[in-house]
Design a protein around this ligand. Structure first.
Ligand code: NAD
Length: 487
């Protein structure tokens, strides 16, 4: 018998305590070797004035166990509160969100009976960096930050996950036809890592058509790896397609720390009634048991749960008069699963979990090379400019006459990414936010930071309000910036 694994348990809010008690009872009855450390997170902690919903004792416990089994919490309404989930993910570096989405037809109602997809979502980067600014009266921005090590770690995780779980294909979704640098990086790294796994099929789809195909024929997909924002949306779409969000589980994985939870929220509308479905949290527990190297217990729990479902013993959220045999509450459902420990389902596919070595993330290293040379070759100066009926020709004239220096010359002005100077179209709607590109002369010559400062001084002397700058660099001789107007 393995030693007990210390885990941190959060009972959460709303239905959280009910479903956590039920799930833990099943895991323990099945023989899970767990040493439980309970912490408080969520509503009570927010009310004590801790804006992220988690206190120092909870961090202390997590530092020790490196493992969190968490029931859903209620996020208080109103400003000033930070998302507990985002805080935990970022603080612990939980870079991979793994969400299996499987249909249990005909026992759970779904229009996609053959669906069995795992979504692996990048969890720390992209538009979720939370770096936003209002730059002019009219224009706001949110920075989309994607890193090569962040993308590589996640993509390697997805391929290794597919290999260890006998999956056949990994699909990548991005929008790199538009975001050629950020999403382009993710796609490029996907292709490089895919080449290291010749035994697995790999494909890339543009996120819009990919999502449409997933909604139409999910059985064509197997493992899907995606950047953060797309994954956030896609994983909820995918869970919904299986027929019940109440059955979904997810694992949030970091280098040597992980969090397991149901995908649904705290369901305050049914809290305290004893009718909530504990399945999502229980299946998260199954993922946790695999992670901590107790695959036999994971297999026993999962097969007992599948047997319960196919025998029609259902909580109210998935109950169907014509298919279910019994409508049960949370605790009776847990009892039914416990009674079936040791049984395997006859109509649904039984699971078969084998020891699979140390957690995948522990062995992932960043191996791909990054650029060797970097040269400063220009600057995009962003202006808040609301003069002269917003005539781009006028702005172009001011900048060429008063701001150009020997080192840097105006090459283009865009408004919301569309070129308006030189040779703009009079029909183009212009806001008060202008991107003015200055490039070195002759183009591609390396310049110094002092050249940028000289340029900005001239822009200031021309009476213009520069609100930010973005340096233009060539990396290994290739432009590290988009070429303008959506190219
Ligand atoms: P929700 O998932 O809590 O509920 C949506 C609907 O599904 C409700 O009708 C609910 O009764 C039902 N439902 C959800 N889980 C169920 C279960 N296990 N059994 C039976 N029915 C179930 O979503 P919501 O109402 O939008 O959010 C409620 C609260 O949960 C909010 O404060 C939200 O911020 C929070 N939330 C927390 C997490 C988390 O902690 N990971 C995730 C999502 C939402």
């Amino acid at each position: 018998m393995p030693d007990k694994t210390p885990i941190t348990v959060a009972y959460g809010d709303g239905i959280g305590p009910e479903i956590m008690r039920a799930a833990l009872r099943i895991l323990i009855e099945a023989g899970a070797q767990l040493e439980l450390h309970t912490i408080e997170v969520g509503e009570q902690v927010y009310q004590r004035g801790l804006s992220s919903g988690i206190g120092p004792e909870a961090w202390e416990s997590l530092r020790h166990t490196r493992l969190l089994y968490k029931a859903p919490i209620t996020t208080p309404l109103g400003g000033g509160y930070k998302s507990l989930n985002v805080t935990i993910r970022k603080t612990l570096g939980l870079y991979a969100n793994v969400r299996p989405c499987e249909s249990y037809a005909p026992f759970v109602n779904t229009v996609h009976p053959l669906m069995n997809v795992v979504i692996i979502r990048e969890n720390e980067e992209d538009l979720y960096a939370g770096i936003e600014h209002q730059q002019t009266r009219e224009v706001y921005q949110c920075l989309k930050l994607m890193s090569s090590p962040g993308s590589e770690k996640l993509i390697r995780y997805a391929f290794e996950y597919a290999r260890r779980n006998n999956r056949r294909k990994v699909t990548c979704f991005t929008k790199d036809n538009i975001m050629k640098l950020t999403d382009g990086l993710f796609h490029k790294i996907f292709d490089q890592v895919a080449a290291e796994y010749p035994g697995l099929e790999s494909e890339h789809l543009i996120i819009d058509i990919g999502t449409a195909k997933l909604a139409d024929r999910p059985e064509q997909f197997d493992v899907i790896v995606v950047p953060n924002l797309y994954g956030d949306i896609l994983s909820d779409v995918a869970a919904q397609l299986t027929g019940s969000v109440g059955l979904g589980a997810s694992a949030n994985i970091g280098q040597d720390v992980a969090m397991f939870e149901a995908i649904h929220g705290s369901a305050p509308d049914i809290a305290g009634q004893g009718i909530a479905n504990p399945s999502g949290l229980l299946l998260a527990g199954v993922l946790m048991l695999q992670y901590i190297g107790q695959p036999e217990v994971a297999e026993a729990v999962h097969n007992a749960w599948l047997t319960t479902i196919e025998e029609g013993i259902h909580t109210a959220d998935i109950y169907m008069r014509e298919r279910s045999s019994q409508k049960v509450g949370t605790l009776a459902f847990a009892d039914a699963v416990i009674e079936r420990l040791g049984q395997r389902p006859r109509r649904l596919h039984p699971v078969n979990y084998k020891p699979s070595g140390p957690p995948i993330a522990r062995s992932q290293t960043v191996r791909l090379a990054t650029a060797r040379t970097k040269a400063l070759v220009g600057v995009d100066v962003f202006l808040d400019w609301d003069e002269a009926e917003r005539d781009p020709a006028q702005l172009g004239q001011i900048l060429t006459e008063q701001a150009n220096t020997d080192a840097l010359q105006l090459s283009m002005i865009t408004n919301r990414g569309l070129k308006v100077w030189p040779e703009g179209l009079p029909e183009t709607f212009c806001t008060d936010h202008w991107r003015c590109r200055f490039v070195s002369a002759p183009e591609g010559t390396a310049i110094q930071h002092s050249d940028l400062i000289a340029l900005l001084n001239k822009v200031k002397d021309a009476g213009l309000d520069f609100i930010k700058t973005e340096n233009l660099y060539n990396f290994d001789g290739q432009p590290g910036y988009s070429l303008g107007q959506g190219q």
